[in-house]
Design a protein around this ligand. Structure first.
Ligand code: NDP
Length: 351
């Protein structure tokens, strides 16, 4: 194993995706400098510090996306910067303040720090499918050429924050012509085991599924991607000299009916409240859309823009260009559930 000298900077290092990136970088011999919002949250940071290689090669430092200059120190001396930090929630009290400002301002602060450092060769930005589209678009297959132009502060504001942040990143590169290049990963719904104790917004889907939150099996189709594959995509995007532009990062699209079947077949039915009522039909879609107005705003908009639609997307660029392959969705779903039971987010499977 070759140990590198210049550290790789990973922003938001204790996050769901970032902590897997940190783990894979350490495993491959890199020195890693991770930013976190607070070094005081020792309980959240302990799993990162326990990763193999962390004792010798992981350094954690504080930085907040909203603070100008906060990433200048962390970026100093780095050749690669993986910028993953961004608020991820479908419910925000004030979407401009809580989502857009940190996502966009934070991206600018990180890129400015990279330019000031003078040593950075490449930045890999964690964008999202949310910057590609606001909703599944009929039979049209989405590619890296697509941009979300529908989200607003009222309609899927998290999606808006990701779109504006990625646009700001490309704008920065166009206007400032920095000495580093930018590669962007656009993952769909990231699921799987977690390095730390937190429950990610995307794995929350499974907790809701087991808790009886869904009144029935709806015609929703989820474009899953395993968090370990997303981390692998980031490391490959960093290491592959020919990497360019954006990369859609997604495994298979799984209809809710198939998801419930996978979970039920694996024995998660007894003791949990998996949905049974078949609502994946025209009448069900109508009922879901109507009842979506009773849901919290973010969830309601998501339901109205996704029910009855199937996401279609082309992953050939990331598969051919970066050599990423995706685990079967069932493996990721069941790994997520086992892990959530381990952390106490759902009750254990009955024997
Ligand atoms: P997490 O919520 O686990 O991670 C988000 C990270 O951003 C956390 O480390 C968080 O820090 C950090 N962060 C949030 N606000 C600030 C702030 N003001 N200053 C500094 N750090 C901040 O989510 P994920 O791991 O899922 O998300 C990582 C990235 O992946 C995000 O950019 C997200 O948009 C993107 N993404 C996620 C998908 C998914 O399905 N999970 C899909 C597509 C893209 P702290 O721990 O202190 O809260």
């Amino acid at each position: 194993m070759t140990v590198t000298h210049a550290p790789v900077l990973v922003t938001g290092a204790s996050g769901f995706i970032a902590s897997h990136i940190v783990g894979q970088l350490l495993e491959q011999g890199y020195r890693v400098r991770g930013t976190v919002r607070s070094l005081k949250k020792e309980k959240d940071l302990a799993p990162l510090r326990a990763l193999p290689g962390a004792d010798e090669r992981l350094e954690l430092v504080e930085a907040d996306l909203l603070t100008p200059g906060a990433y200048d120190g962390p970026a100093a001396g780095c050749e690669y910067v993986l910028h993953t930090a961004s608020p991820y929630t479908l419910e925000a009290k004030d979407p401009q303040r809580d989502l857009v400002d940190p996502a966009v301002g934070g991206t600018r602060h990180v890129l400015t720090a990279c330019r000031r450092a003078g040593t950075v060769k490449r930045v890999v930005l964690t964008s999202s499918m949310a910057a590609i589209t606001d909703e599944p678009e009929g039979d049209r297959v989405l590619t890296e050429d697509d941009w979300n132009d529908k989200s607003t502060l009222d309609r899927n504001p998290y999606y808006l924050s990701k779109t504006l942040a990625e646009r700001a990143a490309w704008g920065f590169v166009d206007e400032e012509a920095p000495s580093f290049d930018l590669v962007v990963i656009n993952p769909f719904l990231v699921i799987g085991p977690s390095v730390g104790p937190g429950l990610n917004t995307s794995n929350q889907l499974f907790a809701d599924l087991l808790a009886g939150t869904y009144p029935g099996v709806m015609s929703l189709t989820f474009a899953f991607v395993d968090v370990r594959d997303v981390a692998d995509a980031h490391v490959r995007a960093m290491e592959t000299p020919s990497a360019r532009g954006r990369y859609i990062c997604a495994g298979a699209a799984v209809p809710m009916r198939e998801l419930v079947q996978i979970v039920s077949d694996a024995g998660w039915g007894p003791g949990h409240k998996l949905p049974k009522l078949g609502m994946d039909c025209a009448a069900g879609d109508f009922a879901v859309k109507l009842s979506s107005y009773l849901q919290p705003k973010g969830v309601g908009t998501y339901l109205r823009t996704h029910v009855g639609r199937v996401p279609r997307y082309d992953t050939s660029k990331i598969e051919r260009g970066l050599g990423v392959s995706f685990r079967p969705a069932s493996e990721s779903i069941l790994a997520a559930l086992d892990d959530m039971a381990r952390w106490g987010h759902v009750s254990q499977k009955q024997a």
